[in-house]
Design a protein around this ligand. Structure first.
Ligand code: 8X3
Length: 249
């Protein structure tokens, strides 16, 4: 794939923050490569924004290599694929949940970043945005599988700043708090009532709120590196404490 436009690769682009970011970057003039597992969603998105859809699972090494081999230039990579499964105390940890979280958030970010790094450097002005979470900076009860994976993903991303010093690649970590997306539905394995309860009585962030910030990051001049950005709803304090309003009758 060759492009005269700057190219932004967005993983986890089928919904939520990834989809909103793909739309925001396309509106800013990027050719967006939307990467996700759900073909129907990213095909429709790519048709809508004049981008390219690449069906790939970030936990599949050969799919990620294939993605890299299809791409010519890459100016921006948004590592957004990831998520949570379960909310259980360490004493009752589900190893499958932990494996899934480490595979997608940590090793997924590693695979895609490692595969695209030479192209990002070659662009002469590369940018890697990694969407971690406030869970990369704090811990909360019952969340260790997710917070440990997000801490590791953050550590991987932050390590690159030293390793790439002197190379033309900027690094931005975006650490959102509660954003109403499919996040909680995935965490609770499709249990809509439990997922909806997470956002009850608060005004959560929207995917668009986060995408606008990523768009801002990607539009700064090349000497300006927004290093780490924490975005929370006003209703959320550290430690996942919420200001919940009682339901109105
Ligand atoms: C998710 C952050 O606050 O919903 O990454 O657990 S929170």
């Amino acid at each position: 794939m060759s492009s005269a436009k700057r190219v932004a690769v967005v993983t986890g682009a089928s919904a939520g923050i990834g989809e909103a970011t793909a739309r925001a970057l396309a509106a800013q003039g990027f050719h967006v490569v939307a990467v996700a597992r759900r073909a129907d969603r990213i095909n429709a998105l790519a048709a809508d924004i004049g981008g390219t859809a690449v069906v790939a699972d970030v936990t599949d090494g050969s799919a990620v290599d294939e993605l890299a081999s299809r791409l010519g230039r890459v100016d921006v990579l948004v590592n957004n694929a990831g998520g949570a499964k379960g909310l259980a105390p360490v004493a009752d940890a589900d190893l499958e949940h932990w494996r899934w979280m480490w595979e997608t958030n940590v090793l997924g970010t590693l695979r895609v970043t490692r595969a695209l790094l030479p192209k990002l450097i070659d662009s002469g002005d590369g940018l890697i945005v990694t969407v971690t979470s406030i869970a990369a900076l704090e811990t909360y009860d019952n969340g260790a599988g997710y917070t440990s994976a997000k801490h590791a993903q953050g550590a991987l991303h932050r390590t690159l700043r030293g390793e790439l010093l002197g190379k033309p690649v900027r690094l931005t970590e975006i650490a959102p708090g509660a954003v109403e997306t499919e996040f909680s539905l995935v965490r609770f394995d499709g249990d809509k009532e439990r997922a909806d309860a997470v956002y009850q009585g608060i005004t959560p962030l929207t995917a668009q709120d986060v995408a606008e910030v990523i768009g801002f990051v990607a539009s700064r001049p090349s000497h300006v590196d927004l290093d780490q950005i924490v975005i929370r709803p006003r209703d959320q304090a550290p430690g996942s404490r919420f200001n919940r309003r009682a339901p109105q009758d």
